[in-house]
Write a protein that binds this ligand. Structure first.
Ligand code: HEM
Length: 438
């Protein structure tokens, strides 16, 4: 639910209002406890709340705080056509487009649609009373954990040290104030004299509309075109090769011709012994975005905590409706995690392995192509210039911790109290930003 400050005089009031939400914000621990409890005794969960703050509201009201992330400060609208490779004009976005910044993003969730909708309405009413205006609100639904093309999603998630049983990654990759690598200094890319960003995170929201009919038609016609080179190749199999997993979530492997339907889907695999893409094409979505010890020496794979949920009805119920994925991901650096993965891997036909990500990736002009390994050798498949995924909104946001959020109620102390070093950092970042913006 996007909210924006309608009148410039209302920024401080809006900031005090978001601070008042702090007691209602749900922590990771609360979510986990409730999920665990529901396994033995299913119950209705009273709605969870997550709050994201836009760069404009942060800078207008907390002028002593700077999050040193070029992407967050530049904003998604500006960076979409360049860094993210978007072809559509953000002026037409439904959320957060040109001239329509998102100052606050509220995510309300529960397992009861009615309770979620009335909690959302309650929050909008109180936001409006505090001088905010509400933008386009999407209703998100889990759809049996599948995205609209029919593939199980949200399977592969980084395991975080101190949170998960087997913590492979340090919390500093997702939350400010912790090391990114065990034993190193905490990652704290902020100028923040009041601890407002402690335990905070950066949230990427991208509203991606999905043209299910176009994707299905492509898989069907391409499978038919390849009948001579790969007799018996089905549209479902081709789709699985494009994603890197079957609709059930089972990773693709050489020789399978239908969905093995393994549950829970396996995630303990890598591409070490598959350098030419015989099992999983180098251009498959999951391989472009996480090469798992694939052919190139990728030392560090940037990871994100993905929390995306689909919006809109199922295709077969209403083919013409607006549908897609509300992509949501938490990280400690938008520039070196979400943007790096998008720009340098997902949209690249060279890195980390050859071939375009035909599911989500873009190309810079030429048609997108990827290689699949057929029974008689490699086959090139090529997608038309039109994409089946169209960005229709989004924003880069700061998700404060509960205690950080309360500090939004207090305006910063006088300018004279700042340290020269903090002022220098802000000036330097602003100069860098204005150079980028030219
Ligand atoms: C509508 C657009 C998208 C669709 C339909 C989609 C679909 C999927 C599916 C089906 C999976 C496999 C399930 C899993 O491994 O969890 C997946 C994995 C993944 N996707 Fe996407 N995705 C979309 C957009 C994006 C975007 C924009 C990004 C980020 C730049 C992204 C990053 C990832 C990552 C990191 C994984 C996990 C790969 C792994 O660790 O194996 N996806 N996606």
């Amino acid at each position: 639910m996007p909210l924006a400050v309608a009148d410039a005089a209302d920024f401080q009031r809006a900031s005090a209002w978001v601070a008042s939400l702090s007691p209602a914000v749900t922590t990771v621990a609360q979510v986990r406890t409730q999920r665990e409890a529901m396994k033995s005794a299913p119950a209705t969960v009273s709605p969870w709340l997550c709050v994201g703050i836009g760069q404009r509201l942060l800078s207008k009201t907390q002028s002593d705080v700077l999050i040193r992330d070029e992407a967050f400060n530049g904003g998604m609208v500006k960076r979409a056509p360049s860094v993210l490779g978007d072809k559509s004009d953000p002026a037409g976005w439904r959320v957060g487009g040109t001239g329509a910044p998102v100052d606050v993003l509220l995510i309300v969730a529960s397992n009861d649609e009615g309770a979620t909708a009335s909690r959302a309405q309650e929050l909008v009413t109180s936001a409006v009373a505090a001088g905010l205006s509400a933008g386009h609100r999407d209703t998100l639904r889990r759809l049996d954990d599948r995205e609209h093309f029919g593939f199980r999603d949200g399977i592969s998630q980084p395991q975080v040290a101190g949170f998960d049983d087997v913590g492979e990654l340090q919390p500093g990759n997702f939350v400010f104030g912790y090391p990114k690598v065990a034993g190193s200094e905490p990652f704290w890319p902020v100028v923040d004299p009041r601890g407002l960003t402690d335990n905070g995170s950066l949230l990427v929201f991208r509203r991606l509309a999905q043209e299910v009919g176009a994707f299905r038609a492509f898989c069907a016609s391409e499978a038919m075109r390849l009948a001579a080179q790969w007799p018996g190749l089905t549209a479902e199999h081709l789709g699985a090769l494009i994603v890197g997993r079957w609709p059930s979530g089972t990773p693709v492997a050489a020789g399978q011709t239908s969905d093995p339907g393994q549950f829970p889907p396996g995630n303990d695999f890598d591409f070490k012994n598959d350098s030419n893409g015989a099992s999983c094409p180098l251009g498959a979505h999951i391989r472009k975005i996480n090469p798992r010890n694939g052919p190139k020496d990728v030392l560090e794979v940037p990871r994100m905590l993905r929390r995306g949920v689909p919006f809109g009805p199922l295709y077969d119920a209403a083919p013409e409706a607006d549908r897609g994925l509300a992509f949501l991901a938490f990280q400690s650096s938008v520039k070196s995690q979400f943007e790096f993965l998008t720009q340098h891997w997902m949209n690249s036909d060279l890195n980390p392995g050859r071939g375009n990500d035909l599911l989500v990736g873009r190309s810079d002009g030429a048609a997108r192509t990827m290689k699949i390994q057929g029974p008689a050798g490699p086959i090139q498949i090529s997608a038309p210039l039109a994409d089946w995924i169209k960005p229709t909104g989004g924003a880069y946001l700061f998700a404060p911790s509960k205690s950080g959020l309360t500090k939004f109620a207090t305006p910063p102390a006088a300018f004279g109290l700042w340290k020269a070093q903090q002022l220098w950092a802000i000036t330097l970042d602003s100069v860098k930003q204005s150079l980028f913006d030219r």
